[in-house]
Design a protein around this ligand. Structure first.
Ligand SMILES: Cc1cc2nc3c(=O)[nH]c(=O)nc-3n(C[C@H](O)[C@H](O)[C@H](O)COP(=O)(O)OP(=O)(O)OC[C@H]3O[C@@H](n4cnc5c(N)ncnc54)[C@H](O)[C@@H]3O)c2cc1C
Length: 500
């Protein structure tokens, strides 16, 4: 039964109205709720979340060792100090988010087990109608709202991405995707092959290597990694001086952002120098004799894909100890006992873990329509990676790749609150981005420039994403350092905003 027929069959008993509806209770949705509560007192809002609890990514992923790959001073919100080691486990991140919810009375605004199926805009009523299904009762519930704040992330939470390899079904062992890690998977004494070498594989391999008989990280091509101690010196130093945690958070954020900016610029200016530094750090763990050229030297420029941070080099330590190993080769086909590689080599396995990424889900699998006409987001042009031409009263939070996602959660929230205040002050109830006369000959390009950034899930799903123009207003430029200054200055009277 498709969504539309499900909705038609069970009309809701009643409709609730909120000034704002927020989709999702991950780091973005909880941040949005906090900012509405503090910056827009008196605004009625509800957060609709399909899962049983908050956390999003940090609730969905339960594989061993799950942790952040960026520091929590910047992955944490600007308004709540992070007081532990910078790279954090999912449990620590959930505990931090729980405190944000508790300290700000946000729980009463969140409705769990509510899956948003459809959102339709009426220009007559100037309202979104949001249809959702309660996953516990199957009941269809309906909300209307003036403003829809999409914090549903960018990938399908229900399943991960596993490519189709020849003869997968012939494998007699177990195939597991990290996004669906079984509760009681017994890895003791097992031979495990982890396919992939992104952040997930790099986290998982050392986390399971001690219990397993052996773990092999099988990659088609290598990934860039950064490594170092899981501490931020300046935070430790200030803590010793008993400086207030609010100050430590602020200063540490500034320091990290300064260094990240310098590092990112250097990857463009001096890619060879950056490569050399990254490889020197890897070699320090693995030794001179290890074949770093084959296994840890990617062909792409650093930062064209996210660079995972490996705290204390745990992946490399695990490889050095012999508990795990890395193989760079291609899969010919699956066989009963494991994987046959193109080189002719066989990797014997009891368990194969496909750490092969996500399914992009641009709009949370929600059926959108405007005045009865289905909306295809790929036909729209994005206003600064958060609003879309022809789509009224809607913002999507899509964070940064090269900096922590949450930096943008705070920036977008400031913008939304300013926009909502502006609309109230000027007595309008609709804002729709539109290309201005000077934008009409602007070339329309894919959401992201793949020369700049090209992870697999983005490349696979690019056709689903809105278009970008070649002016700052009409793209998500992935540059926190520019946006932190530009966003507060966005002119709300610009002709890119059509009010009504
Ligand atoms: C394993 C992993 C590690 C990562 N580590 C980092 C990191 O260290 N630093 C970093 O910056 N980024 C990291 N990322 C990227 C990360 O996803 C984002 O940084 C961030 O967690 C996204 O938060 P979000 O709230 O926008 O989306 P999500 O965390 O995806 O949460 C979205 C929520 O919306 C809900 N939802 C979706 N659709 C609907 C619907 N139709 N109805 C109701 N609810 C819905 C989902 O159930 C989910 O709870 C990581 C990603 C993964 C997968």
């Amino acid at each position: 039964m498709n969504v539309q027929s499900r909705i038609e069959k069970s009309a809701p008993a009643h409709t609730e109205h909120f000034d704002v509806v927020i989709a999702g209770a991950g780091i973005s949705g909880v941040g949005a709720a906090y900012h509405l509560t503090t910056q827009m007192r008196g605004t009625s809002f509800v957060v609709l979340e399909t899962q049983e609890t908050f956390g999003g990514t940090w609730t969905t992923h339960k594989y061993p060792g799950i942790r952040s790959d960026s520091d929590l001073h910047t992955f944490g919100y600007r308004f709540k100090p992070w007081t532990s080691a910078p790279i954090a486990t999912a449990a620590e991140i959930l505990s931090y988010m729980g405190e944000v919810i508790e300290e700000n009375g946000l729980a009463r605004h969140i409705r769990y087990r509510h899956t948003i199926d459809a959102a339709s805009w009426s220009s007559t009523d100037k309202l979104w109608t949001i249809d959702a299904t309660r996953t516990d009762t199957g009941e269809h519930v309906r909300f209307t709202t003036n403003f829809f704040w999409m914090c549903q992330g960018y990938y399908k939470h229900s399943e991960g991405y596993t490519p189709e390899w020849p003869e997968m079904a012939s494998f007699k062992g177990q195939i597991v995707h990290p996004q669906k890690w079984p509760d009681h998977l017994d890895i003791k004494g097992k031979r495990i092959v982890v396919i992939g070498s992104g952040a997930t594989a790099a986290t998982l391999v050392p986390a399971i290597a001690n219990d397993a008989e052996h773990v092999t990280m099988l990659q088609r091509s290598p990934t860039w990694f950064r490594t170092g101690r899981n501490v931020i010196e300046i935070a430790e130093q200030l803590r010793k001086l008993q400086i207030d945690e609010t100050w430590i958070h602020e200063i540490t954020r500034k320091q990290i952002l300064f260094e990240q900016d310098a590092f990112t610029k250097r990857t463009f200016r001096d890619p060879e120098g950056v490569k050399k530094d990254l490889l020197t750090a890897v070699r320090a763990y693995l030794g001179q004799d290890f074949d770093i050229a084959t296994h840890f030297t990617p062909s792409y420029r650093p930062w064209r894909q996210r660079i995972a941070f490996i705290p204390d080099g745990d992946l490399f330590q695990s490889i050095k100890s012999g508990k795990s190993s890395v193989v760079t080769d291609e899969i010919e086909r699956f066989i009963e006992s494991g994987i046959l590689l193109k080189s002719g080599k066989i990797l014997e396995a009891d368990i194969i873990v496909t750490a092969t990424g996500f399914h992009l889900s641009a709009q949370g699998d929600i059926d959108f329509s405007i005045d009865g006409k289905p909306l295809t987001f790929a036909d729209t042009v994005t206003y600064r990676g958060m609003m879309f031409t022809g789509v009224p009263n809607l913002v999507w939070v899509f964070g940064y790749f090269r900096a922590s996602w949450t930096l943008r959660v705070d920036l977008v929230a400031d913008f939304v609150c300013r926009l909502l205040k502006h609309m109230k002050e000027t007595g309008v109830s609709q804002v729709t981005p539109a290309l201005r006369p000077e934008d009409h000959n602007m070339p329309l390009l894919p959401w992201i420039d793949q020369e700049n950034f090209n992870p697999g899930y983005m490349m696979r799903g690019m056709h689903l994403l809105p278009k970008r123009g070649d002016k700052p207003e009409w793209q998500h430029n992935q540059d926190y350092w520019a946006e932190k200054d530009e966003f507060p200055k966005i002119d709300l009277r610009d002709r890119a905003f059509v009010y009504g």
